[in-house]
Design a protein around this ligand. Structure first.
Ligand SMILES: Cc1ncc(COP(=O)(O)O)c(C=O)c1O
Length: 397
């Protein structure tokens, strides 16, 4: 069977693979600590659920305009304006089936063949694939040596006449880094000077660890408005991964091009999800996300105490999202009961087999020295799973 050449550029997301194996083992009755999930463990808010019930009963079960219901676009325009200090009208904001679709739309409407897109490494798995599907070329810059911070000097070195865009994801998946305002200011200046787009993925903006603040590049440099595509989502902020609702804010011509594209791919995202979020946003008092952050802060505190006891494991203190990115490279090449653990993929498989913990290999994020652990699972599981990991590491020779 001959499939399109395009399919060679698309591998199953590494994050999904470990999730699938973990679920299979769970189905066999084994207690797997699942560090591989990319979502909150708690349920969404009552307001969202109430909004959904009302939407269904009110017959909001049919198509909305492609880029979303006008009242929600207006609400989100106001929200983005409030967060950035830069005015966004309703036709500069659109709803998508998760941030994933917003990012895909951006790649498809901005990139021509061979356009270069700078992507900080480690990166969320989907960024390079989407760029390649749009026939662009990912250009990676390494952030590990800077504690996973994105440094303007590195961005500058990667710029060529073909640079079309830079993808910034802060708070970052997988490292948990929250990018510094001072660096973002310099990067904004580079974008204006060299005339490239910033695709700003802030899906985890609401999820910051105690004491840290999400710095918004557009709030820092409002002139960037004509050069930025903002991407956000309700998946992580409202524990709504299954509903597939995200949004994008961009200059009106970009939004129009996205509307044309989306009109031929999926049309509008779920109408019920849109009305439910609209209802919830109108009633939000910040309590839900504050509770989530408090819980995550405590889990992180417990987690870091155990990680500190792990032999030869490096970790940068996470400032946002809900991931720990553990550098276990000192253990690669060692043996577990006589079998060599040659690389991080083998390490993850051994951890699943021997310690019943599912993690995501850093190779999926372009960094084969590390593993990603989500601490958005029960506190008991965080503690139990990390203790099992520590014991596993102690067995390696
Ligand atoms: C950095 C980043 N961007 C985008 C997404 C996609 O989120 P959504 O569920 O809204 O499509 C994810 C999901 O894990 C993510 O980690």
């Amino acid at each position: 069977m001959t499939l399109a050449q395009r399919t060679k550029k698309i591998a199953a997301p590494g994050t999904s693979r470990m999730r699938t194996i973990a679920n299979e083992l769970k189905a066999q009755g084994l207690h797997i600590v699942n560090f591989a999930a990319g979502e909150l463990d708690g349920d969404t808010s009552d307001a969202v659920k109430q909004g959904a019930r009302q939407a269904i009963d009110a017959g909001k079960n049919i198509y909305t305009p492609t880029m979303g219901a006008p009242e929600l676009r207006k609400q989100l325009g106001a929200l983005v304006s409030q967060h950035t200090g830069v005015a966004y009208a309703h036709d500069e904001v659109g709803l998508t089936a998760g941030a994933k679709q917003a990012l895909y739309n951006a790649a498809m409407v901005l990139l021509d063949p061979d356009d270069e897109v700078i992507i900080p490494n480690p990166y969320w798995v989907t960024f390079p694939t989407q760029v390649e599907l749009a026939q662009g070329r990912p250009v990676f810059i390494e952030t590990r040596d800077a504690g996973y911070q994105l440094m303007a000097s590195q961005v500058e070195q990667a710029i060529t006449p073909k640079t079309k865009a830079l993808i910034i994801n802060t708070p970052n998946n997988p490292s948990g880094a929250v990018y510094q305002a001072a660096q973002l200011a310099k990067i904004a200046a580079l974008a204006l000077q060299h005339d490239f787009w910033i695709i700003f993925d802030e899906c985890y903006a609401a999820l910051v660890r105690g004491g840290h603040q999400h710095a918004h590049i557009l709030a820092i440099e409002p002139r960037l408005k004509e050069r930025i595509v903002l991407v956000n989502s309700f998946s992580k902020s409202h524990a709504l991964t299954g509903w597939r609702l995200g949004y994008v804010a961009a200059p009106a011509p970009v939004m129009k091009a996205m509307e044309n594209l989306q009109g031929h791919t999926t049309s509008n995202p779920s109408s019920v999800a849109q009305y439910a979020i609209s209802y919830a946003l109108a009633r939000e008092d910040g309590q839900f996300i504050a509770r989530v952050n408090r819980t995550l802060d405590e889990r992180l505190r417990r987690a870091l105490a155990i990680v500190a006891e792990m032999p030869s494991v490096q970790v940068a203190q996470p400032q946002g999202a809900f991931y720990l990115f553990l550098d276990i490279s000192a253990h690669l090449g060692k043996q577990l009961d006589g079998t060599v653990i040659a690389d991080v993929d083998q390490f993850c498989e051994a951890a699943l087999r021997e310690a019943r913990i599912a993690m995501v290999s850093g190779a999926a994020f372009g960094d084969p020295s590390s593993v990603r652990i989500s601490y958005a699972i029960s506190t008991d599981d965080v503690v139990e799973g990390l203790q099992r990991l520590r014991q596993l590491l102690q067995r390696l020779q």
